[in-house]
Design a protein around this ligand. Sequence first.
Ligand SMILES: Nc1ncnc2c1ncn2[C@@H]1O[C@H](COP(=O)(O)OP(=O)(O)OP(=O)(O)O)[C@@H](O)[C@H]1O
Ligand SMILES: [Mg+2]
Length: 275
Amino acid sequence: MSDPTRSTNPRIIAITNQKGGVGKTTTAINLAAGLAERGARVLLVDLDPQGNASTGLGVPAGNRRKTTYDLLVDEAPLAEVVQQTGTAGVLICPANADLASADMDLVANEKRSFLLHDALRQPAVDAFALDFILIDCPPSLSLLTVNALVCCHSVLVPLQAEFFALEGLSQLMLTVRQVRQTANPTLRIEGVVMTMVDSRNRLSQQVESDARATLGDLVFRTTVPRNVRLSEAPSFAQPVLAYDSQSKGSEAYRNLAAELMGRHPVLRVAEEPVT
Ligand SMILES: Nc1ncnc2c1ncn2[C@@H]1O[C@H](COP(=O)(O)OP(=O)(O)OP(=O)(O)O)[C@@H](O)[C@H]1O
Ligand SMILES: [Mg+2]
């Protein structure tokens, strides 16, 4: 049902880095939870055939009625794909292994780079009264990631604080530039968030200071520490904010959500908490 107090123009943010295992899904899940805790309504689009964001938010494989594959390849209506998660204020378009063949299945489709764009601009999106749409991208610069870059307002890049971290960024930035020159001229870099930071480790400190020297204000003030609670939470199908609310991981993602909402205030007529 439409709620007149809610924004109908959600900010769409693609969480992407073609490097695997850098914290994209962890950031997608916990940033979504952090934003929801501050009263925002969030849709997480799981765009990874691994389906980790879906599992981590309490939608097990057997409960995924329709998936992002149906949304893109069969153009299923968004309302048929979106599901509730175990976290109040967070909805999900779940994914499963079907999505692995989307590249091939879409090869002859002329609109293939615009499918997510079109799906998220259906008038039916308004009914969800969303403030943010976060897209959890797969670890590649494939057609799926291109769909995310074409449809989003901005890109949020988790960067693991380890050697070579910055090298992978140039390929991503090149792809962003190409998409900007063609399909999405207003595409912006939302920011780079340092993940798995170990403040006692000299290399970790060095990578962070290199990133700040090279990228300046593009790097979020908030950094995400290496925190075992963050890696445990998905096996309990919960964001860390629910699994261990007082952990360092929870604190970091709360801060990241606050930093992001500081830039993109959620405009509402009535200030009521989300239930
Ligand atoms: N800050 C952190 N502290 C400790 N463990 C973390 C942290 N962030 C992520 N992890 C763990 O590191 C692994 C990779 O994280 P995650 O799945 O979020 O990365 P990803 O970039 O989405 O990976 P992929 O590229 O495969 O999609 C996971 O086991 C996750 O639990
Ligand atoms: Mg992932």
